[in-house]
Design a protein around this ligand. Structure first.
Ligand code: ZN
Length: 425
C-alpha cells in the first residue's frame, strides 16, 4: 500500500519540479509517454494547483490505549510515506509542504498516543509525528478519496504490540527503505518459536479503584494483588514460562491499559483476578468468565458492567468514539482466540473442581468485560469467590486455600501451554 501511495504521489511532485518531466518523457517509449500523459492529466484534474502547499484540513484521533484510528483530511491526494522510530516509539508521517489548518485543540493526545506534533521543515517538506505510550504496529495506513466531498483522507489504524514486533517492523523498514532508523540488533528477539509461553496476570482494580469490599473489611484490590503475586511466584517456579503482571503495586490502571500491557508482553494467556460481591450473601464459589458481546445470564451482565465501571471510578470517560472502537474490537475477536479462551476456561473449571475449590452453579460464564477483549490473546477473568460471603472472604484470606486455588490454575496453565506448544501456536 505504501509503495502504491508513493508511486501515485510522485506525479504531482514531479510536475511541480523544475523540468523533471520532459527529459524523462523523451527517454520513454511512445506508449509509456501516452500513459504518463494520461496519468498527468488525471492527476491535474484532482490537483487544484500543485505549486500550492497541500492542505491538511482536519484531524481526528479516536480510540484507547490498545488501539487508535488516526484520520487526516487533505484537499488533494498527499504524497506521503511513514516510518517508525524508537526511543520513544513514534510514527512519523512525511508530507510535502503542508498548510496545517488543524485546530491545536484537536491534537489532544489520546489512548495509545501520548503526543502529536506537526510542522514544516526547512527543506520544504512537512512532518507529522505521533508518540506512542509503548510499542505499536501500523495495522493499516491508506489514503482514500472522500466520498461526499472533494479531497482525500489518510486513515491509519495503530494497535499496541510488543517490542519484538516493533523491532521486526523497524528491521523491515530498514531493509525496504534504507531508512536510518534501523534497530539495534541486540534488541532483536529470536524467532517466535523461541519465545517462552507468556502468561500475564492481571490483579483486578487498584489505587483509587478499590473494587468490592468484603463483609469483614477485605478490599478486592488488595486480595487480588496478593493472590496474583503468589500465582506469579508459583508459575515462575516452573521455569519454562515468562510470567508478567499488569500491576505489581496498589496502582490504578484503566482497563484498556491492562489490555495494552498484555499485548506489549506478547501474552499467550491473560488471567484477570477478581473477587466480587453480590446482594445474596449466601451465594459463594468461584466463576470463570470469558468475553462475549452477549452475556450468558443477567448476573454475568451485571457483573461485567460493575467491573467495567473501574474506568469511571478512575475518572476515565468512555467516549462515543471509544465505544465504536470497542464495538469494532468485539467484531475482531478472532474465533480462534475465543476457542482458546474457552478451552482454558473449561480446563480451569476442571482443575478447580478436582482440587475441591468451591464453584458456583454453571461456573463457566461469559459477558462483555472490557479487560478481556484483546483480539489475539486468550483471556479469562476469574472471580475467586464472593467477598459478600463470610466463608468465601475467610478463604480468600487463608494462604492454604489460596495455595489450593493457585495449584489449580497452575495445572490448567500447564495443560494449556503444552497443547499450544504441540500445535505450534
Ligand atoms: Zn472486580
Amino acid at each position: 500500500m505504501e509503495r502504491r501511495l508513493q508511486g501515485m504521489g510522485l506525479l504531482p511532485a514531479s510536475f511541480s519540479g523544475q523540468g523533471g518531466i520532459r527529459p524523462a518523457m523523451a527517454r520513454l517509449a511512445p506508449f509509456a509517454s501516452m500513459l504518463l500523459l494520461t496519468l498527468l492529466i488525471a492527476a491535474m484534474t484532482v490537483v487544484p494547483s500543485a505549486a500550492e502547499p497541500l492542505q491538511a484540513r482536519d484531524y481526528k484521533l479516536a480510540g484507547d490505549a490498545e488501539r487508535v484510528r488516526l484520520v487526516i483530511w487533505f484537499d488533494r491526494e498527499p504524497d506521503l510515506h511513514y516510518l517508525l522510530l524508537r526511543g520513544p516509539h513514534r510514527l512519523v508521517i512525511d508530507l510535502p509542504a503542508t498548510d496545517f489548518l488543524i485546530e491545536p485543540a484537536a491534537l489532544k493526545p489520546r489512548g495509545l498516543v501520548s503526543g502529536v506534533r506537526f510542522g514544516n521543515r526547512e527543506d520544504g517538506t512537512a512532518r507529522m509525528m505521533l508518540t506512542a505510550k509503548g510499542p505499536f504496529a501500523v495495522e493499516k495506513l491508506e489514503v482514500i478519496p472522500n466520498e461526499a466531498a472533494p479531497g482525500f483522507r489518510l486513515v491509519a489504524d495503530i494497535v499496541a504490540s510488543s517490542d519484538a514486533d516493533f523491532d521486526a517492523a523497524l528491521a523491515d523498514q530498514a531493509a525496504t527503505t534504507g531508512s536510518t532508523a534501523a534497530p539495534k540488533t541486540d534488541r532483536l528477539k529470536g524467532p517466535a518459536s523461541d519465545k517462552p509461553f507468556t502468561i500475564v496476570i492481571d490483579a483486578g482494580h487498584g489505587g483509587i479503584d478499590t473494587g468490592a469490599a468484603g463483609v469483614g473489611g477485605t478490599r478486592e484490590k488488595a486480595i487480588t494483588l496478593a493472590f496474583a503475586l503468589e500465582l506469579r511466584q508459583r508459575l515462575a517456579a516452573n521455569g519454562n514460562y515468562r510470567v508478567e503482571m499488569t500491576r505489581e503495586t496498589d496502582e490504578f490502571l484503566a482497563l484498556d491499559e491492562r489490555v495494552r500491557r498484555a499485548r506489549a508482553f506478547k501474552a499467550d494467556l491473560f488471567i484477570s483476578i477478581h473477587a466480587d460481591t453480590i446482594r445474596f450473601k449466601g451465594i459463594r464459589g468461584a466463576t470463570v468468565y470469558t468475553v462475549s458481546d452477549k452475556a450468558s445470564d443477567a448476573d454475568s451482565a451485571a457483573l461485567a458492567s460493575r467491573e467495567n465501571l473501574a474506568d469511571a471510578i478512575g475518572g476515565i470517560k468512555i467516549e462515543e468514539d471509544n465505544q465504536q472502537v470497542a464495538d469494532i474490537l468485539i467484531d475482531l475477536i478472532r474465533r480462534e482466540t475465543h476457542t482458546f479462551s474457552m478451552r482454558f476456561a473449561r480446563s480451569l473449571i476442571g482443575e478447580l473442581s478436582n482440587s475441591k475449590v468451591e464453584l458456583i452453579n454453571n461456573p463457566l460464564r461469559a459477558a462483555g468485560f472490557r479487560v478481556l477483549r484483546a483480539p489475539d490473546v486468550p483471556s479469562v477473568l476469574v472471580e475467586l469467590g464472593y467477598l459478600s460471603n463470610a466463608s468465601d472472604e475467610a478463604q480468600l484470606n487463608d494462604p492454604q486455600w489460596r495455595g489450593k486455588a493457585i495449584e489449580s490454575i497452575a495445572g490448567a496453565v500447564a495443560l494449556f501451554a503444552e497443547a499450544r506448544s504441540v500445535s505450534g501456536g
